[in-house]
Design a protein around this ligand. Structure first.
Ligand code: TRP
Length: 344
């Protein structure tokens, strides 16, 4: 018996959501909600694996929620909520702490990067973070997970955890008449490839990042039309005209990035963009990109500012989403408790 198809993904509530988050993740999420059951989470419990100022965290949770909605995630169609309101995430994460092996977590490259040299001083939560991520997905028995390349290893860990749980508890699972493939599906990554990787507007070899000290390196989703236009105009370019063939973008990271942004914002391929602009100077291309970026992004910023100005309406959306998320998570968590042998 196959598992019911369900999409789960999440984003951390940290400030400065930018064009990279939109083109790299959100557009895909919006597309998926048209054809599948989707659950989109603001993963606030993941955020506190490194210290967050409480007031900043509260603001960031509302801001990411506003971004989800302003970009086009529909709370009537998809479940939109914040992780900490659905206690089942933490509950299942504990069980997974006891399923995952130290050796597995020791291989996680993101922990090594984030903990840096002072590993002794990293929080236990940062170390166990992938187990919580597995619980996020599997507490809904989700089958498809859109994530960036950087999360691929964590998703493989989630599959390993699901598989080990299914194996360790095979008899208890069968005795309770669950899916003969096991209690948990092995969730499939839907990897957002490098094609949608948005690079810094100041340096085409670096990823666009919320932590870049130069605000000119990124277009924030909250930027207004003037800021968007300014940043596109000031974006780094090279001296040559645009090539007519995609191959001509090789070795020209800034040109490749701007053409890629144009293509993604306009829903066409880079080659289609070059069919139009090949041979043109950057001045002409940038003028068109300003118009396109302002048309596509300024309304998102406006809507975000409108939503954030009314926090109680965002909180109501999150509460409703949490209720709907819990309605799926609770029966699954109860089944896990029975399988493990807890009394409830
Ligand atoms: N770890 C992810 C990130 O930093 C966020 C995340 C948490 C997530 N739980 C998830 C993504 C579950 C997909 C599914 O980007």
């Amino acid at each position: 018996m196959a598992f019911q198809e369900r999409v789960f993904s999440g984003m951390q509530p940290t400030g400065n959501l930018h064009l990279g988050n939109y083109l790299g993740a959100m557009i895909r999420w919006i597309e998926l909600q048209k054809s599948m059951d989707c659950i989109y989470c603001v993963v606030d419990m993941h955020a506190i694996t490194v210290f967050q100022d409480p007031a900043d965290l509260t603001r960031a949770i509302r801001e990411v929620t506003a971004a989800y909605i302003a970009c086009g995630l529909d709370p009537a169609r998809s479940v939109i909520f914040n992780q900490s309101q659905v206690a089942e995430h933490a509950e299942l994460a504990w069980v997974f702490n006891c399923v995952a092996r130290l050796g597995w977590l020791n291989r996680m490259t993101q922990f090594k990067e984030k903990a840096g040299k002072d590993r002794e001083n990293a929080s236990v939560g940062l170390y166990a973070y992938p187990n919580l991520m597995a619980a996020d997905i599997l507490v809904y028995r989700a089958t498809h997970v859109p994530v960036g390349e950087d999360q691929k290893q964590h998703l493989e860990l989630a599959r390993d955890i699901a598989q080990k749980f299914n194996g360790d508890f095979r008899q208890a699972i069968a005795a309770r008449g669950h899916n003969s493939d096991g209690f948990f599906p092995l969730p499939e990554p839907l990897i957002q490839g490098p094609a949608t990787r948005v690079m810094s507007l100041r340096d085409g070899t670096k990823k666009m990042s919320k932590s870049d000290p130069s605000d000119y390196s990124r277009i924030n989703l909250t930027d207004d039309a003037d800021a968007i236009a300014q940043k596109v105009r000031k974006a780094k370019t090279d001296a040559d005209a645009l090539p007519s063939e995609e191959a001509g973008l090789k070795g020209r990271p800034e040109a490749e990035n701007l053409v890629g942004i144009f293509a993604a914002l306009d829903g066409r391929t880079k080659q289609a963009v070059l069919d139009q602009f090949g041979g043109a100077q950057f001045s002409a291309f940038k003028a068109a990109l300003v118009d396109l970026a302002v048309a596509r992004l300024a309304p998102i910023g406006e809507e975000m500012r409108r939503l954030v100005a009314d926090p109680s309406s965002i909180d109501a959306i999150l509460r409703d989403g949490a209720d709907r998320a819990r309605a799926i998570a609770r029966p699954n968590m109860d089944a896990v408790k029975d399988i493990v042998g807890f009394i409830r």
